[in-house]
Design a binder for this molecule. Structure first.
Ligand code: FAD
Ligand code: FES
Length: 351
């Protein structure tokens, strides 16, 4: 067995043991420690931290967008890529005291594809039935890694359902890329109802911060619908009275999905409003649209005067998430109250 070393996290003063074959993030997740992370693949920078003490650290392949060379030279590292070969001390740049010790240890499950429904021309609503074990614990908003055994492809997908809503099942909203290794299996019949997949999780920190009555602003695009739907469903299950607004960006009406359920949620949650925004409303299929138009971030800016004190949850393609951050901060949301998941794809790693 490979050697293990002590990793100490500051300023929280927590220590864990990490095997040389594991990344620091993986070891933490296995021990139920919820450190900030997103892609786990060195692409999104969410796990960026600073090495206070120790030098013998090696990184797996990562993108220099996430960790430019000058930052690496200054002592920054990516916990999802870092292997340690001596005891080290790491300063966590972003951490959430409410969450850090509340993590659920990683679980592994076998599941069967129960349904694949077309909810738009390029989004599929995929339902898995858990076979062994028949339950998986997670918080609404989290994601799992799904592996299709015969194809050997693993991708991350966020659950759209709550663990209590439809126990024993995992629901996802998956965007089909014509040349996507995983998603083209859904469209091309490579993955069908009855097929088995392997699931590992839960991962992710895109979870509801409860114990607060703060206003909630949800901003999503594309398959970013999935974890936001999970948060809304969870809020409805709890009969939340919080003031909630969901800005969803789509190109045309063809790209809108779960509309009936979202309007149903507006009835179930007395202070919830759903605001879809079309960025290309001129196309023929959007004729007659009387809702918002423009990029979702512009619509947000136009409709909100101040979001001081609000909690924001942003999820979808990386450019949309990156565009939303300064807009939300400009409207008064504290940086530490902007929770996000960037749906990075695996195709961009550089090193
Ligand atoms: C935390 C997290 C949660 C996520 N949740 C969801 C979710 O709920 N729903 C969802 O749909 N997706 C989600 N994703 C994205 C998902 O994991 C996959 O990355 C996505 O589905 C694409 O996988 P694929 O195998 O179909 O495509 P890939 O084969 O990975 O290709 C994706 C895109 O990258 C391009 N590409 C491939 N290889 C390269 C290369 N070498 N250089 C440049 N470009 C390349 C392809 O052309 C394609 O456009 C999530 C990602 C993260 C990190
Ligand atoms: S989680 Fe480490 S770079 Fe995305």
């Amino acid at each position: 067995m490979a050697d293990r070393h002590l990793v100490r996290f500051e300023p929280v003063g927590i220590e864990i043991e990490v095997g040389e074959e594991q990344t620091i993030l993986r070891a933490a997740a296995e021990q139920g420690l919820m450190l900030m992370h997103g892609c786990k693949e060195g692409q999104c920078a969410a796990c960026k931290s600073f090495v206070l003490d120790g030098e013998d650290i090696e990184l797996d392949k990562y993108s220099t967008f996430a960790l430019p060379d000058f930052e690496k030279d200054e002592g920054f590292t990516l916990l999802c890529r870092a292997h340690v070969y001596e005891d080290v001390t790491i300063e966590l740049l972003h951490y959430d005291e409410e969450l850090i010790k509340s993590g659920l240890p990683l679980q592994r499950a076998t599941a069967e594809v129960a349904a694949i429904e077309e909810v738009t021309h390029d989004l599929r609503h995929v339902t898995l039935t858990l076979l062994d074990p028949t339950e998986l614990r997670y918080f609404p908003g989290q994601y799992v890694d799904v592996t299709v055994p015969h194809h050997g492809v693993t991708r991350s997908f966020s659950m759209a359902n709550t663990p209590t809503g439809r126990a024993g099942t995992l629901e996802f909203v998956i965007k089909v890329y014509p040349d996507g290794h995983f998603s083209s299996l859904l469209a091309g019949g490579g993955l069908s109802v009855g097929d088995r997949v392997e699931v590992v999780g839960p991962y992710g920190v895109f979870t509801l911060r409860e114990g607060s009555d703060a206003r909630i602003v949800l901003v999503g695009g594309g398959a970013g619908m999935a974890p936001i739907l999970a948060l809304l469903r969870a809020l409805a299950e709890r009969g939340s009275g919080r003031d909630i607004v969901f800005y969803y960006g789509a190109r045309t009406t063809r790209d809108l999905c779960f509309e009936d359920e979202l309007h149903e949620l507006e009835r179930a949650l007395p202070r919830f409003r759903y605001v879809p925004a079309l960025s290309e409303p001129d196309s023929a299929d959007s004729a007659g649209w009387d809702g918002e138009t423009g990029f979702v971030t512009d619509v947000l800016k136009r409709r909100e005067e101040s979001l001081t004190g609000a909690h924001a949850y942003v999820c979808g393609p990386p450019p949309m998430v990156e565009a939303a951050m300064p807009v939300l901060e400009g409207l008064g949301v504290e940086e530490r109250r902007i929770y996000y998941d960037k749906f990075t794809t695996t195709g961009n790693a550089e090193k």
